[in-house]
Design a protein around this ligand. Structure first.
Ligand SMILES: [Zn+2]
Length: 406
């Protein structure tokens, strides 16, 4: 979040720098007197300030930029950045004061006005003044309807308050502006539709929810929770084959997330009297991705439930090198060893295989902000982006065959 806003501040400075350089040329009439913008560049404070900013050294940046304003107190972009830096330091009141003072200037261009309002909106959002932030972003959009920053923050404000329909409407505007240049748009539109469907379901409208979940999948085939939810609705409506159809579709569309439907499918196949389909499914997945450990584990559990503990144990030892710190695998191994009466030879194989494993916590990492969690999440609690979690993988340990040969 912090880095994102520094970059935003720098970007704003550069944008305005362009306007300053090209649009206004070097001089600008202000309150009846000419300001020489070259003077700003004659002092080191402006450049030093920007450098500290890029280095994330906020206090030094504030000091240098404040010095620079003593050379040219009217320099709008410096005041704007200073306001943003106060906000970053948590001095929201001070940030609001600086930005509101800028709004009082009679000579702001439309673009400047919009950007100062945007900064003010960020101040309010940071301080938790939701209504005033909403108002500020909406004012930005009146001046500049295609302002992507304002739209993105508006979307996030709606999301914070679980106003999913409003968030979706705003994201659709953003997608229109992006015109297919950003692949994220479809994904976010899918996730927001899924949230709307969940709200419909909570309100008791299963038919409407099912339609919305199906829409979410149509909008973006990667919307994993929509498959889960749509299948759950169909199952509750007594349409188990329909549920199976949508869960299987998830596996084809997003094979990396296939494990989210393992439990559901295993139970459903068993209920439908075709438990063998689960074995076939796991084997196909293992063939497709030999590094994947989850189908091995799922298959082992399935075999154990059928009393085939020795076959289950072999599956588990195949899974282990691909995910040596997976507690779920170790637990399943101990269950299986218990069922097999603690066969000393099997225990020795297991110990050899785990010898070089390194254990660490919180395997799910946000690709955007590096937030770590033990649970797979669809929206990052730190940077609020959708679907950014990946599982940190370690280098595979020795192959089971190599350990056997030792
Ligand atoms: Zn994040």
């Amino acid at each position: 979040m912090t880095t994102e806003l520094y970059l935003l501040a720098v970007l704003l400075a550069l944008l305005l720098g362009l306007v300053v350089g090209k649009g206004w040329e070097r001089y600008k009439l202000r309150d009846g007197r000419w300001i020489d913008r070259r003077r700003l560049r004659d002092t080191p404070h402006y450049m030093l300030g920007l450098n500290f900013l890029v280095d994330n050294q906020v206090d030094q940046a504030i000091e240098e930029l404040t010095q620079a304003t003593s050379t040219d107190a009217d320099a709008l972009e410096i005041q704007m950045i200073l306001g943003n830096l106060y906000r970053e330091k948590g001095q929201v009141g001070r940030a609001v004061n600086v930005h509101q003072a800028l709004l009082q200037r009679p000579d702001l261009t439309k673009l400047e006005h919009a950007y100062v309002l945007l900064c003010l909106g960020l101040d309010f959002r940071h301080g938790g003044f939701v209504d005033r932030a909403l108002e500020a972003f909406q004012e930005v959009l009146e001046l500049d309807p295609r302002n992507r920053y304002a739209l993105v923050h508006l979307q996030k404000l709606h999301e914070d308050q679980q106003q999913w329909t409003d968030a979706l409407r705003v994201r659709e505007q953003i997608a229109k502006i992006d015109a297919g240049r950003r692949p994220d748009d479809q994904q976010i539109l899918g996730f927001l539709r899924n949230e709307i469907g969940s709200a419909q379901q909570r309100a008791g409208d299963s038919t409407g929810a099912a339609r919305t979940f199906a829409d979410a999948i149509d909008v973006d085939a990667r919307t994993v929770p929509a498959y889960l939810n749509l299948g759950d609705v169909r199952e509750r409506q007594g349409n188990l084959p329909g549920a199976v159809e949508v869960w299987e579709r998830l596996i084809d569309a997003v094979p990396g997330r296939a494990h989210f439907v393992f439990d559901r499918l295993e139970l459903a196949y068993r209920t439908l009297g075709t438990p063998q389909r689960f074995v076939g499914l796991c084997e196909r997945l293992i063939e497709r991705d030999p590094q994947g450990w989850r189908p091995h584990l799922a298959l082992a559990r399935h075999l154990s439930a059928a009393g085939q503990h020795r076959a289950a144990f072999d599956r588990l030892l195949e899974a282990l090198p691909h995910h040596p710190h997976g507690l779920a695998i170790h637990q399943e191994i101990w269950e299986t060893l218990t069922a097999l009466g603690f066969d000393a030879a099997l225990i020795r194989r297991y110990v050899e295989l785990t010898r070089e494993a390194v254990f660490y916590l919180d395997p799910h990492v946000c690709r955007r902000c590096r937030y770590r969690t033990a649970e797979p999440l669809w929206q990052c609690p730190q940077c609020h982006e959708w679907n950014t979690f990946v599982e940190e993988r370690m280098a595979p340990a020795k192959e089971p065959a190599a350990v056997d040969a030792m």
